[in-house]
Design a binder for this molecule. Structure first.
Ligand code: NAD
Ligand code: UDP
Length: 388
């Protein structure tokens, strides 16, 4: 007989029903997989798309978990079923968002509506019905580091006090209003403040997650293959697309910005701990990232070029990267976060969680997936115009 699942305090975990909004996206698909494979919980999966979770849903009735996952195709902007689904569940997880930087300055209204206005009813229904909420925010609420405002040669730039991002201490530093890049961060910040206030004034049980560049298989889309040709996804998919098409990787403004990347499977472990340890997770805001995997975007490109050459067996280009201006790549109003190192004290203390996978290892498994999934389709797409 399987051992009963217990939480971090040794108490048995009761099977629960989770209303997961945005379940068909990158993070949602990995979270659904984990919940189906390793837990007894039920998922009401809400999204406008389900391509990334089709393998869990079809063929109908064929999986050991088939009676534990139900897909509801709906847009939370305008669907009266939303409150009923939240009421049916013990916990709501909201992942739904426009969250690709190329949209922030070019579709700022959609970005603000999606990340603030559309999330409002979800918070309200959870609060009014006494339901727990795990809301996905972003590391981008920190904006720029304090250190970025110091003179370039200041020794204080090396002092972690000036760049490490702490949930309960760091300020949120955004650019001016005409830098529309910050429309996303600002909308996410306001919904965080609203959720926090619902907790303080009305007793909402909430957890806020701030992901720091989670990456892995199924992230975004490859333009012209499973997404629009002119679309600009996040950096993993942009660089994967360049590698698959044997084009130079484009470094925006020289690729000097720094990021810490975490493997999606490590990050999902943290989310499962939050789900199953409400007493430790409620009322908390958690950074979820890997402070050990810091690189500049240029270094990320160089590592991806090396790893892709290894997994595909194809030599890299002689000039494998090219510099582009942010204005050319993203248009007017783009701006950037300079550096993102998460402080891990709170998640470590509350959930005992630590990331495990190195950048090299996570790129190796992710680019193996990209090559296996897309190389043939890209080859055919490239050959097509010549054949016509
Ligand atoms: P994603 O775009 O792959 O997933 C979002 C999903 O939400 C999509 O499937 C989309 O169809 C769905 N959705 C959007 N609007 C909807 C609506 N109105 N009704 C129903 N469904 C809707 O993105 P992701 O990377 O999985 O991100 C999930 C969450 O995590 C987002 O809130 C994002 O802001 C946050 N986040 C992610 C990262 C990361 O590293 N991946 C970083 C920071 C923040
Ligand atoms: N970037 C780049 N080339 C690309 C795509 C992105 O140089 O083809 C840069 C982008 O300017 C940013 C970083 O990569 O500095 C990470 O971008 P991403 O879209 O993943 O999101 P962010 O971390 O900014 O939220």
């Amino acid at each position: 007989m399987a051992l009963a699942r217990v939480d971090l305090d040794g108490n048995p975990i009761k099977p629960m029903t989770i209303c997961m909004i945005g379940a068909g996206g990158f993070i949602g698909s990995h979270l659904c997989e984990k919940l189906m494979a390793e837990t007894p919980h039920k998922v009401l999966a809400l999204d406008v798309y389900n391509d990334k979770i089709k393998h869990l849903l079809e063929p109908a009735g064929s999986h050991p978990w088939s009676d534990r996952i139900q897909f509801h195709r709906l847009n939370i902007k305008n669907d009266s079923r939303l409150e009923g689904l939240i009421k049916m569940a013990d916990l709501t997880i909201n992942l739904a968002a426009i969250c690709t930087p190329a949209d922030y300055n070019t579709r700022p209204l959609d970005t603000i509506y999606s990340n603030f206005i559309d999330a409002l009813p979800v918070v309200k229904y959870c609060s009014e019905n006494g339901k727990r909420l795990i809301h996905f925010s972003t590391c981008e609420v920190y904006g720029k580091t304090i250190g970025s405002f110091l003179p370039k040669d200041s020794p204080l730039r090396q002092d972690p006090e000036y760049y490490v991002l702490k949930e309960d201490a760091s300020p949120c530093i955004f650019g001016s209003i005409e830098k529309q890049r910050w429309s996303y961060a600002c909308a996410k910040q306001l919904i965080e403040r609203l959720i926090y206030a619902e907790g303080a004034e009305n007793g909402l049980d909430f957890t806020i997650v701030r992901p720091f560049n989670w990456i892995g298989p199924r992230m975004d889309f490859i333009p012209g293959i499973d997404g629009p040709s002119e679309g600009v996804p996040r950096v993993l998919a942009c660089f994967s697309n360049n590698l698959l098409r044997h084009e130079p990787l484009k470094l925006v403004d020289g690729g000097q910005s720094q990021r810490t990347f975490i493997y999606i499977k490590d990050a999902i472990e943290a989310v499962l701990l939050m789900i199953e340890n409400p007493a430790r997770a409620n009322g908390q805001i958690f950074n979820v990232g890997n402070p050990n995997n810091e690189v500049t975007v240029r270094q990320l490109a160089e590592m991806m070029i090396e790893v892709y050459s290894k997994v595909s067996g194809e030599p890299s280009l002689e000039a494998p990267t090219v510099d582009v201006s942010s204005q050319e790549f993203y248009g007017v109003g783009y701006d950037d976060s300079d550096k993102r190192i998460p402080d891990m004290t709170i998640i470590n203390r509350q959930l005992g969680w630590n990331p495990k996978t190195s950048l090299w290892d996570l790129l190796e498994s992710t680019l193996t997936y990209q090559h296996r999934t897309y190389a043939e389709a890209v080859k055919q797409a490239i050959a097509k115009p010549a054949a016509n």
